[in-house]
Every structure is written in C-alpha cells, then in structure tokens.
Design a protein around this ligand. Structure first.
Ligand code: AMP
Ligand code: GLY
Length: 430
C-alpha cells in the first residue's frame, strides 16, 4: 500500500519512521517533509493547504492512505474535500472531517461538547465582542489566576494566564477587539484555573471503537524548571509516573468513552487521532484541551513504544475493522530531547550546518531541517531535532537522549537539561 504523510516536523518524521517498518507498505511519501524524512521516504513538495494538488498527487502515485500530521488541513476540511470527490473515495485520510476537527479548531465548540456530554473540564464562559460587559463581569467573579483562551487556532499561542485582574481585563478587551490574536481571538473562552499535573493521552478511533496509545508528558516552556516563554514543546517522556491504573480507569470512563460516544451521538463521524490534554487534579482527570491529531514532541516518545504495525491500524480505519486490530505496547520507557535554534521561540537564524557525532542507542527525528545542495543537513526551523531513546525506565532513556544530544553540533544549539527530572523526583519519593 502506498502512503502519504502530510507535514514536516518531528511528529511526521516519527510517523514516517514507524510506517516505514510496516510489512504492508509499498511506497512512502512525505509532503513537504524534511532532511530526516528524505532518508526513509520520498519527499514531495506539496502545500498542505492545497487540497487539489494533494489529491492529484495521490491519484498519480496510487496512494491509498493519507496521514495528516498537523491540525490546519483538518480544520480546513481536507477530509471533507476527499469525501466529496468520487475519484478520491478509495483513499482514506486519517483524521476527522472539519466538524470533528472543531474539537481543536474552536475552544467554545469543545467546551460546549464537554458540557453536553458531561466530560469533566474547568468551568467556563464563552464570549464575543458583543458581550464584553458580561465577559468582564464573569471574569471578576473568578479567583486568580485568570485563564483566557482565543477560540480559534492560534499556533499554540492563544492561551493567556494572568494573576492580576486589571491585566486580565485589558488582555480580554485586546482579544475581543481582534488586536491580540486577530480573528481567532474575537471569541474568547474564560475559564477557571485548574491546579494539578498535566499529561497527554492519545487514541486512534474509527468513531465506534478506539485504541489507546501510551501517555506522555511534554515540556512546553523554553527554560529549565518550566520557566520562560511557551514553545511547541522542548522534550517529552513516556510513561508518566503519576498515571496509575486507577487514574487511567477514570480517564477511560469519564473522558475517553464519553468523548467517542458523544461524537457519535452528535452525528460526527470521526476517523483519526484524538489528543486529550488532561490535568490530574486531586486524582481526577479534567480535559484542558482536545487536539484532532498527534502531539509534537509526544509522538517522538509514543511511537517508539508501539510494537504493532501502525499501518495495520490505519488499514483497520480504512476497512472499518479497527476493533479487530492489535495494539501492543512496549514495556520500556521513552524520552525525547528537542535541540532548538538559539533565540527560539523568538527570532532565530536558519541555515546552520549540523554535525552529527555518535548517536548510538537513539533515534533522531528531524523537526526543522533541510538538505543542503551538497547533501549536508542544515537547520530550517526553531525546533531542529528530537533526540529519542528507549530504556528500562525514563532515567535510562534520558541518559541516552542526553548523551547523543551532546554529540550534535550546530551554531546556537540550545536544549533543556531537565526533561523528565520532575517525574524522577516524584518516583523517588513515592
Ligand atoms: P491549551 O492551548 O488549551 O493547551 O493551553 C495551553 C496551556 O495552558 C496548557 O497546556 C496548560 O498548561 C495551561 N492551561 C490551559 N487551560 C488551563 C486551566 N484551565 N487551568 C490551568 N492551566 C491551564
Ligand atoms: N505538544 C503539544 C502539542 O502538540 O500540541
């Protein structure tokens, strides 16, 4: 079977790496891909939002499965586009249609969905520019810190948490007027702050049954000790020590099953990944956010822990036999450390030559890289490489990730030295 993966980050390199080991794979394409995917697949220069060009490529190359890495093409309706054209109906796109993708594309939609299906989440209000008065009144009734969320996609930057009521009121007005996040902020979700431990969970669903992937924790801030600006994610580990069987049961019964049933009850056909951003508060799960795709860098630690053939699962979605497929998870732990360009997440330079030393016992996934004319690898983004490893436990995996990270050089390279450290302390205490 021929497969096309859409995207160009570490997540897509990890999906390509996993699919490249499938016994039922024939040709593998990644669009647009990066220097890492070029080593294991054929990169195709396609624009992710040009559905006509993607469809024409699939027909020409006889692609039967398209895996969509990032959210934007899903929210924009790539699945609806393929479903609407008879010539494309033999092609399965892994990901929800635009209605289901609203779980990520609109925070107000996601909150209303959770309310309707009694899925635990922070108390909230959703407001647009016309309800500014009510929005300010709602805000003043909450206790600090104040959580303000732009309704639409904002490249991971649409959530603002402020301690001071005056500052929160100013930010709220800026958002509602479109000054802070443009159109995506003109509707705002204000919610109660939840104090707890965050964890990411993932399922693959055909709309009825689902397969539960390993959980992961990502490290979003640029600085050690979770300080400084938010990033796309600076590292991840799996499993997560505070996810015990009792918590997992609650997640399944209170969050995952009601979500899959809720989608079906609302008449939303959903074939793809659901990413649950959860907060564990005094032993109970609350949904902080839904995403309609896999996480990055979480994918770089969860796929190394999957023993089963991922393409078999995608085929299970295509043939409506997902419930019969096996998902076998490796007992070992995994870690990934992101090597970033100096200056990220603010301005940074691209085009720096990367020298790779000894990378033994790791799997390096490329995030922002490209090939130079002479075949070398150059930096091409803020997050450049994800150095993943597996080990007997998280510390063992991290030792390998950090050893290899120290053997990779490029001008301005930066990485956090404390990925997973908080969890090791918890483990040591408990
Ligand atoms: P989101 O884009 O919804 O994932 O939000 C970004 C980050 O803001 C999350 O990963 C949390 O760390 C934090 N966050 C979002 N909502 C809340 C909340 N209600 N309480 C506490 N932290 C939150
Ligand atoms: N690592 C968080 C995300 O992919 O949204």
């Amino acid at each position: 079977m021929n497969v096309l993966i859409l995207g160009s980050g570490g997540r897509e390199h990890a999906i390509a790496w996993k699919v490249s080991h499938s016994s039922i794979l024939n040709q593998l394409y990644v669009a647009p891909g990066n220097a890492g995917t070029a080593e294991i697949a054929t990169n195709a220069a396609l624009d992710l939002m040009d559905f006509h060009a993607i469809a024409a490529f699939c027909l020409k190359q006889n692609v039967s499965i398209v895996v969509v890495g990032p959210e934007a093409p899903l929210v924009d309706g790539i699945v609806d586009f393929f479903a609407a054209d008879e010539k494309l109906q033999g092609i399965t796109v892994i990901g929800p249609a635009s209605k289901g993708a609203q779980l990520e594309g609109s925070k107000a939609f996601a909150k209303a969905f959770m309310e309707r299906h009694q899925i635990p989440t922070a108390r909230y209000g959703a407001f647009s520019a016309d309800d500014q008065e009510e929005a300010l009144a709602f805000l003043s009734r909450l206790k600090p810190p104040y959580v303000l969320k732009a309704d639409g996609l904002a490249a991971g930057k649409g959530v603002v948490i402020l301690d001071d009521l005056k500052e929160a009121e100013i930010m709220l007005s800026e958002m509602l007027s479109g000054n802070a996040f443009g159109k995506s902020g003109e509707r705002v979700v204000i919610e109660e702050f939840l104090k707890g431990s965050e964890v990411s969970m993932f399922i693959l669903t055909d709309g009825h049954s689902f397969k539960l992937f390993p959980e992961a924790k990502d490290y979003k801030r640029i600085g050690e000790g979770d300080t400084g600006l938010n990033t796309g994610g600076m590292g991840a580990v799996s499993p997560v020590s505070f996810v015990n069987p009792e918590f997992m049961e609650k997640v399944k019964n209170q969050v995952i099953i009601p979500t899959v049933k809720g989608l079906a009850a609302d008449g939303i056909a959903y074939k793809g990944f659901i990413f649950f951003g959860l907060m564990k508060v005094q032993g109970d799960p609350y949904v902080i956010e839904y995403n309609c795709r896999l996480g990055d860098p979480e994918t770089e630690v969860i796929l190394p822990r999957i023993k089963s053939d991922l393409l078999h699962l995608f085929e299970g979605i295509a043939t409506d036999t997902l419930s019969e497929c096996d998902l076998e998870i490796d007992e070992r732990s995994a870690s990934t450390v992101i090597l970033a360009s100096g200056g990220y997440p603010e301005a940074y330079e691209k085009g720096k030559a990367i020298q790779f030393g000894d990378l033994s016992e790791t799997q390096v996934f490329h995030a922002g890289t490209r090939l130079s004319k002479n075949g070398g690898v150059l930096t091409n983004g803020g997050r450049v490489l994800a150095v993943s490893a597996t080990g007997t436990d998280v510390s063992d995996a991290l030792k390998k990730s950090y050893k290899a990270a120290a053997n990779i050089q490029f001008e301005g390279v930066y990485y956090r030295k404390d990925i997973g450290r908080d969890l090791q302390k918890v483990t040591a205490k408990s």
